[in-house]
Ligand binder design. Structure first.
Ligand code: IPM
Ligand code: MG
Length: 370
């Protein structure tokens, strides 16, 4: 199969982690005999610095003509004082919109090798396997009007949280479809006691839920969901929520399972899927070679599964990650006091080696079945 991918390294630790993720893709392509066509393009602060546009037209073109897109991270303090449309983040929001990626899937899975990494007791976090389904193209992130107006000292800022029924419907279906293949439970998170958007959300989600009689639907206010997420994370399964609540809860879920550096995501729904680790650009550690590449590497696994329909290859990457963690590989965010931290590149090479090993086993198993 020809895998035509666009890589958007972006800012901060983005380039370091995508470099390792690309080495993993190359190992997968080589072992499973896929042809790889990669091109790198600019986004975010890197694009602003080069061409004063956080999402240049060439980047959009390249993404739209690929099978899938891998993104590192965007965001850089150098542009903190730029107007909104000239901030790195504007590039990310626009590429999500250009790609029609309304469904952001953010799994938060607890790895048994990392029991000591969670700030929670092992018996609380054990078994945690959450799929956050975050609506990605609506709510306050995109709602109009938005502005800051007036004179310094008496300025007024406005953002608009806006949701249409069809936007709620399509993301709800994504969550219910996923739930059918998991434990058949959806928890819809909102703030229906205060927000009109949430009242409509709850009504529409309840209606769509009737098409999925086997899936048990429950509703929770976001404040209470945040508390339960640290109190009983293992009770969560599919969590369906709007854009900003999903942004917040997914970082929290990262903390719960031990490190935000582990979390991967898939932004899908349009013609081309966008895959990105959940962590940001982390400017404080950028360039030090200590960032955790596993979020980016696990995003590659999601890409193989969701955009390229390569289940076997996806499983191979996931078991490679599991394997290196079982063997004590830890970047600084995971090392704590008990382990020596390895570098970004060392973690990447260990996963690449494990991919080669698991690929060989998978291919051998297939051969003996034939
Ligand atoms: C994320 C990030 C982005 C978001 C930022 C960088 C715009 O926090 O992907 O979670 O808020 O969506
Ligand atoms: Mg976020």
């Amino acid at each position: 199969m020809l895998l035509k991918l666009t890589i958007l390294p972006g800012d901060g630790i983005g380039p370091e982690v995508t470099e390792q993720a690309v080495l993993v893709i190359q190992a997968v392509a080589e072992r499973f005999e896929h042809q790889l066509e990669l091109q790198h393009q600019l986004i975010g602060g890197a694009a602003l610095a080069a061409v004063n546009d956080p999402l240049p037209p060439e980047t959009i073109q390249a993404c739209l003509s690929s099978s899938a897109v891998l993104l590192g991270a965007v965001g850089s303090p150098a542009f903190d004082h730029n107007p909104g449309h000239l901030r790195p983040e504007a590039g990310l929001l626009r590429i999500r919109r250009e790609l029609g990626a309304y469904a952001n899937l953010r799994p938060a899975v607890f790895f048994s090798a990392l029991e000591d990494c969670s700030p929670l007791r092992a018996e609380v976090v054990r078994g945690t396997d959450i799929m956050i389904v975050r609506e990605l193209l609506g709510g306050a992130y995109f709602g109009q009007p938005r502005s800051i107006e007036g004179n310094p000292g008496s300025r007024v800022a406005v953002n608009t949280m806006r949701y249409g029924e069809s936007e709620i419907e399509r993301i709800a279906r994504v969550a219910f479809d996923l739930a059918e293949k998991r434990k058949k439970r959806v928890l819809s998170v909102d703030k229906a006691n205060v927000l009109e958007c949430s009242r409509l959300w709850r009504e529409v989600v309840t209606r769509i839920g009737k098409d999925y009689p086997e899936v048990k639907l429950a509703h929770q206010y976001v404040d209470s969901a945040a508390m339960l997420l640290v109190q009983r994370p293992a009770d969560f399964d599919v969590v369906l929520t709007e854009n900003m609540f999903g942004d917040i809860l997914s970082d929290q879920a990262g903390g719960v399972v031990g490190s935000l550096g582990l979390l991967a995501s898939a932004s899908v729904g349009g013609p081309v899927g966008l895959y990105e680790p959940v962590h940001g650009s982390a400017p404080d550690i950028a360039g030090k070679g200590i960032a955790n590449p596993l979020g980016a590497i696990l995003s590659v696994a999601m890409m193989l599964r969701h955009s390229l329909q390569l289940q076997r290859e996806a499983a191979c990457v996931e078991s490679a990650v599991n394997h290196v963690l079982q063997h004590g590989a830890r970047t600084a965010d995971l090392a704590g006091k008990t382990h020596a931290a390895i570098s970004t590149t060392e973690m990447g090479s260990r996963v690449v080696n494990a991919v080669k090993l698991t690929a060989a086993q998978a291919l051998q198993a297939e051969k003996s079945l034939r």
